[in-house]
Design a protein. Structure first.
Length: 563
């Protein structure tokens, strides 16, 4: 087992990675409004938990929400209790997940190979585009993916202990299997049974690789399953006992529907996730491509085996969500773990001079970089000349979005300079065979590149897409009124008006499917405000008792006074 660091050095390096991750992930969390749908949806669920003081039931608009279990919302609730209900608090759990993940990957890499590989793996995750972005968000997937990865990792440790692999494991094999089940259960409690499905499918593929040898016995698999679902039952069971089986039935029906039908606006071509991963996990994904060819055999049995496991879970996730009809970017985000591992492994072999650097890697690196450069420079030039683009756009909503007063300075192109500099530095040190510096500049520069892209573009994008709408909702905070959207789905009107639970409101006496009609024509008991996109505004203008308040950046706002 290649331990060449003492405990004090390990702690110091772990603290270093925690500090680096905290510096990169925590600042600017509250610098921009939450985005529809997912970020605002999840933050609203957590806000309603706090208002209702009901931490078992998941609700949206104070009615049961059957699509997600509660673990991530519990984390957001805790953050909101500490820091107030805000964008910062909603996104902080994922920043903390990022810190934990980077420290974890360093230590796993250190144990698998050497501290150098640990640094490479931590850098590869930290400095790739989508893995970095997700830790700055308020969506569920970073924690969900971490639990799946840990569930699989501890299952691998169980197998290594049982088979006598030369890895320093001092506990009984069933101890590791218990933790595998526990983390899998946390994954189920975070987003659903897909956590169990992904790990079980990976077990199956490895079983085929083992020529149907029961490397995990049936009793062991049943133990793993029981632990996973016992933990999950601590909530599913209590929910069922208190509120009946409605949530469980609706939740599983929703997951089946999501897998077998295409969600509105979430279709895609068969190679969708391959493209997402290749471009989104840049630059680690480029080197991971080389890992699917022949690699040098490792010195230790567990090193070769871990590589096999990582390839299998990558293909399981990629194929599974290629089959699933709904195509959403974060569905394949579990692949970030094996992709960054494989990318780091290839770079580690370059560092060890066990693998030759091939020219095609340069072409792919610069080819993907060129796409990012064109996007950055394109946005910068278009932003400064938005009127010219506006004349070419036919869609009235998109055209009106571009009326937003967004300040473009030209400095938005700075990330492009950083991208070129990081790749040039990588190639400079690569040619000198100084691989540690090359990898540090590549991924260290990558993290700076992504951070600067966020700072440069996210507020400007929000300025066009939703800021006028959210400003309207914020202006209605504290007013006793109904606030709704017409003709489009949103959660912003709930979160940004600080909507209070009001079980006595007349609207709750109206069937859900009829509420929009009631708000427009019924005998309402309080004022009604509507936000509508410009191309649907004439429907509300035609209502006699609707007052048009104003129009801004593609949104039109109306008020209907109650009798």
């Amino acid at each position: 087992m290649p331990f060449d660091m003492n405990k004090q050095e390990t702690i110091r390096h772990s603290f270093f990675w925690a500090l680096v991750a905290a510096i990169l992930f925590i600042p600017f969390l509250g610098g921009v409004h939450l985005f529809d749908w997912d970020e605002i949806n999840f933050a609203e669920i957590s806000r309603e938990m706090i208002l209702q003081r009901d931490y078992l039931r998941v609700s949206i608009d104070f009615e049961p929400f059957y699509q997600k279990p509660p673990f991530f919302f519990w984390l957001q609730v805790l953050s909101m209790k500490l820091f107030g209900i805000s964008e910062f608090a909603a996104r902080l759990p994922n920043a903390l997940c990022g810190i934990i993940t980077i420290v974890l990957l360093y230590n796993l890499g250190r144990r698998l190979y050497t501290p150098v590989f640990g640094h490479f793996w931590a850098l590869a995750y930290l400095g790739s585009v989508l893995p970095f972005l997700y830790f700055k968000s308020g969506i569920i997937d970073p924690w969900f993916n971490l639990f799946i990865f840990l569930g699989l990792y501890y299952a691998i440790l169980y197998y290594w202990k049982k088979e006598g692999f030369a890895y320093d494991l001092r506990r009984a094999s069933w101890y590791y299997l218990f933790w595998a089940g526990l983390f899998t259960g946390l994954g189920i409690l975070t987003k659903g049974p897909v956590a169990f499905l992904v790990i079980s499918l990976t077990f199956f593929v490895y079983w085929v690789y083992q020529r149907f040898r029961f490397y995990i016995t049936i009793p062991a698999y049943l133990f793993f399953t029981v632990i996973a679902f016992l933990l999950t039952a601590t909530w599913f069971g209590i929910e069922t006992l208190i509120n009946g089986p409605d949530f469980v039935k609706a939740f599983f029906a929703y997951n089946v529907e999501l897998a077998t039908t295409e969600s509105a606006g979430h279709g895609g071509f068969p190679g969708y996730h391959f493209v997402v991963l290749l471009l989104g996990v840049f630059p680690a994904s480029v080197f991971a491509l080389r890992a699917f060819g022949k690699l040098p055999s490792a010195e230790q049995d567990y090193q070769n085996d871990f590589r096999i496991w990582m390839k299998y879970i990558f293909w399981v996730v990629l194929i599974l969500f290629t089959i699933v009809e709904s195509k959403i970017v974060h569905y394949s985000s579990m692949c970030y773990f094996p992709l960054t591992y494989l990318g780091a492994l290839v770079l580690y072999h370059f560092y060890q001079k066990k693998l030759d650097y091939r020219p095609w890697l340069n072409y792919v690196l610069w080819g993907i970089a060129l796409i990012y450069l064109l996007v950055i420079l394109g946005f910068t030039v278009i932003g400064q000349n938005i009127e010219q683009l506006q004349r070419l756009v036919d869609d009235p909503f998109a055209k009106a979005n571009m009326d937003a007063q967004v300040n473009w300075t030209g400095w938005e192109a700075v990330p492009a300079v950083v991208l070129i500099a990081m790749l040039w530095s990588f190639h400079y040190f690569r040619k000198k065979e100084e691989w540690q510096k090359a990898v540090t500049f590549l991924f260290g520069g990558g993290s700076l590149f992504v951070l600067l892209m966020l700072v440069s573009f996210i507020r400007r994008v929000e300025g066009y897409s939703q800021r006028a709408n959210i400003a309207f909702f914020e202006s209605l905070r504290g007013e006793d009124a109904y606030v709704y959207t017409y003709g489009y789905k949103s959660f912003a009107h709930l979160y940004y008006t600080d909507k209070e639970a009001d079980p006595d409101a007349a609207i709750y006496e109206v069937p859900k499917a009829e509420r929009e009609s009631w708000l427009m024509t019924g005998q309402v008991d309080k004022p009604v405000y509507f936000s509508v996109r410009i191309h649907r505004a004439d429907v509300l203008r035609a209502q006699e008792d609707f007052e048009e308040l104003y129009e801004k950046n593609g949104f039109v706002f109306f008020k209907r006074s109650h009798p």
